[in-house]
Ligand binder design. Structure first.
Ligand SMILES: *[C@@H]1O[C@H](CO)[C@@H](O)[C@H](O)[C@H]1NC(C)=O
Ligand SMILES: *[C@@H]1O[C@H](CO)[C@@H](O)[C@H](O)[C@H]1NC(C)=O
Ligand SMILES: *[C@@H]1O[C@H](CO)[C@@H](O)[C@H](O)[C@H]1NC(C)=O
Ligand SMILES: *[C@@H]1O[C@H](CO)[C@@H](O)[C@H](O)[C@H]1NC(C)=O
Ligand SMILES: *[C@@H]1O[C@H](CO)[C@@H](O)[C@H](O)[C@H]1NC(C)=O
Length: 504
């Protein structure tokens, strides 16, 4: 445990602040102050369609994106005829027209950041030459956005030479024209659920265009502001009535933070400039997944809980093998929760950024592997209970309380802090949604979803996605926390354990 003293001080202040009810509003950085400036600003903003003020979830995300957080996707497409620059542009314009959250920007209005429609629609799309997808992606993932005018997403097309090998060789070569598409979506404007969903929509649009079928301009989804921040205010009011509960809640909140076990076991890497790196995505075997899922089902546990348990148990093995022996390992993790579950009055997909991380802290026994499914059951109950109480809202409320008085999101990010959570687990896998199913004229032959998080406070990430009806596992890591070799060991352990515990 580190920074205990700082926490202690903050903690007292937070409790006092909550009970004494003066919560300073974080001052906005770099907002126009002078009257003249205001005047120009007002003129420039004429005719802007303002949507809603950004809540602190969105504001925080803006600061994190400025500090290097990004979400990108790469798709490899095989088509019956070539996907030209013009064809892709046409498809992207359709996507633009259909999805309103792709048409927003974020600009200040009367001292606060607002979500607004872009003053002019602009597409950030280019074809790039070069043959190395990874190379193109590593430059692309860190390229900045124009927050004030938009667009808050961008795309790049890379065509592939005729003889490029197919990433899914088991599929008979039927669509000989291959290309890569790179997509980057500003996380404050749209979350991973929208990204998954818009890539599927794009592939469908491309398929229609290649078939010569018209694409309608019918809107899909509905831009909504977050309800999580409102929920948080209610929780704060409730806790204000009950100081004992507040103290306990803060204790729990702080208890979840510690130096990641991998950093404790392997030491702190010495890198000048940290980056996020990725291991090659792994497609999980469908049959094993079915066995794993049916074991979960018979226990009444979710596969989400079981995957968390897998990650925990593999982490325990990796640090044990590095010589770190304990009876119990405290593991801290973050679980992004889709807060769309709190939106009751939206019939289509609520667009925007609705994801809030939920921390989870579990004492994991060293012999967890022997009692794996019991452990799953225990974890499942814990996670369910937290979700039921909307613990992600409570945790964010407590985190806001812990911030120093004159805090702005930007300042908090500026000074580098040590990671304090072991990992983050993003689960966007669903066996029911046939993501990237084959179309008539275009197939997705490879896909990957990336997040860069080297200035965030966790050591590594595990992502589970759907790919052609199968689960795809990805493991990104921050070079400021662990080495590639250690990350590789974690991935191998997860895979070995996955097969091990799924055996009859
Ligand atoms: C995809 O395109 C590549 C490059 O032309 C080709 O080698 C491969 O066989 C194609 N795959 C399919 C499934 O059509
Ligand atoms: C690290 O980043 C700084 C600032 O971007 C740059 O000036 C420096 O050359 C980088 N150092 C290395 C070792 O890459
Ligand atoms: C694990 O967490 C428990 C409860 O929060 C704490 O008492 C214990 O000291 C922690 N153990 C380690 C090794 O950090
Ligand atoms: C995995 O570890 C996290 C962090 O300690 C914990 O919250 C969670 O309950 C654990 N999961 C399982 C299935 O044990
Ligand atoms: C894998 O299993 C899922 C459901 O369990 C199914 O929908 C999908 O078609 C299967 N995929 C393959 C490639 O067999």
């Amino acid at each position: 445990m580190y920074r205990t003293t700082a926490h202690g001080v903050c903690w007292v202040w937070a409790a006092a602040s909550l009970l004494g009810h003066t919560m300073p509003r974080p001052p906005q950085a770099a907002l126009p102050r002078q009257a003249k400036h205001h005047h120009h600003q007002a003129r420039r903003d004429e005719g802007i369609r303002w949507r809603f003020p950004a809540d602190d979830n969105v504001e925080g995300m803006v600061a994190r994106v400025e500090n290097g957080l990004s979400q990108t996707t790469t798709l490899t497409l095989n088509a019956s005829s070539p996907i030209t620059h013009d064809l892709m542009e046409e498809a992207l314009v359709h996507l633009y027209k259909k999805v309103e959250s792709l048409r927003v920007c974020l600009r200040p209005r009367q001292g606060q950041l607002w979500v607004a429609d872009m003053p002019r629609r602009k597409l950030d799309f280019k074809s790039v030459s070069g043959s190395d997808l990874e190379e193109q992606h590593s430059a692309f993932r860190y390229s900045p956005f124009n927050l004030h005018d938009g667009p808050l997403w961008k795309a790049r097309l890379m065509s592939c030479p005729e003889d490029t090998p197919c990433p899914t060789p088991e599929v008979k070569a039927a669509f000989p024209h291959q290309c890569h598409l790179l997509l980057s979506v500003h996380h404050a404007a749209n979350d991973g659920a929208v990204v998954m969903w818009m890539t599927q929509l794009l592939v469908n649009i491309l398929d229609s265009l290649l078939q010569g079928v018209p694409v309608t301009s019918q809107q899909v989804g509905e831009l909504r502001d977050g309800v999580e921040a409102k929920r948080r205010k209610q929780m704060r009011a409730a806790l204000q009535q009950n100081p004992d509960k507040l103290v306990e809640a803060l204790r729990q909140h702080l208890g979840s933070q510690h130096l990641p076990l991998l950093m404790e076991a392997f030491g702190l890497p010495n890198v000048a400039n940290a980056t996020t790196q990725d291991l090659t995505p792994v497609i999980l075997d469908n049959q094993t997944m079915e066995k794993f899922a049916s074991k979960c089902h018979s226990l009444g546990a979710t596969t989400n809980a079981a995957f968390t348990a897998l990650i925990n148990a593999s982490l325990v093995e990796v640090v044990r093998e590095a010589g770190m022996h304990r009876d119990v390992y405290n593991i801290s993790s973050r679980h992004p929760v889709d807060c769309r579950r709190l939106i009751k009055d939206c019939e289509s997909l609520p667009l925007g950024n609705h994801v809030t991380p939920m921390p989870q802290n579990t004492a994991t026994p060293s012999d967890v592997k022997q009692h794996f499914w019991q452990y799953v059951k225990h974890l499942d109950i814990e996670l369910r209970d937290k979700l039921r109480r909307n613990y992600m809202c409570e945790d964010r409320m407590l985190e806001a309380l812990m911030r120093p008085r004159q805090h702005t999101h930007g300042e908090q990010r500026a000074s580098r802090q040590l990671p304090c959570w072991d990992y983050t687990f993003t689960n966007l896998y669903s066996p029911r949604t046939a993501h990237h199913a084959a179309g008539k004229c275009v197939w997705v032959t490879a896909a990957a979803n990336y997040m860069s998080f080297h200035n965030e406070r966790f050591a590594y990430g595990v992502g589970l996605f759907s790919f052609r009806g199968q689960p795809r596992l990805q493991l990104p890591f921050s070079t400021s926390a662990i080495s590639r070799e250690v990350a590789q060991r974690c991935l191998e352990k997860i895979l070995a354990l996955f097969h091990d515990v799924s055996r009859n």
